[in-house]
Design a protein around this ligand. Sequence first.
Ligand code: FES
Length: 130
Amino acid sequence: IEDLYWEEIMDHYQNPRNFGKMEDVDASYHDYNPVCGDEVEMQAKMENGTVKEAMFTGKGCAISQAAASMLTEEVRGKSSRAVVAMTKDDMLKIVRINPGPVRIKCAMLALRAVQKGIVQHEANKTLEAK
Ligand code: FES
């Protein structure tokens, strides 16, 4: 059964969903894994504190890119708060494989990036409101 999930990872890696850049994004964050240099940039458009659209670009290992692709689908419709609250366990449920202690970092790269982007966006909003 793990095989099936790996196939899904490979499918997202080879045919990434929501790959590219948008104009006028609200939240965006570029992050990389210092160990291997793999990178992702997550972008989101927000509406009333909710992710309306999400896209990504990046290059790197299959897990990092597949996780980013899966996440763009997953975060759509979620509130900023819900995205920021997502944990490693949530990410494991999304990729549905257990990549092991080292490669879990690959899966976490995109999640941390989208979270940092949203936190930054929320912080800017608060500043603007003052
Ligand atoms: Fe670099 Fe996976 S090996 S993020």
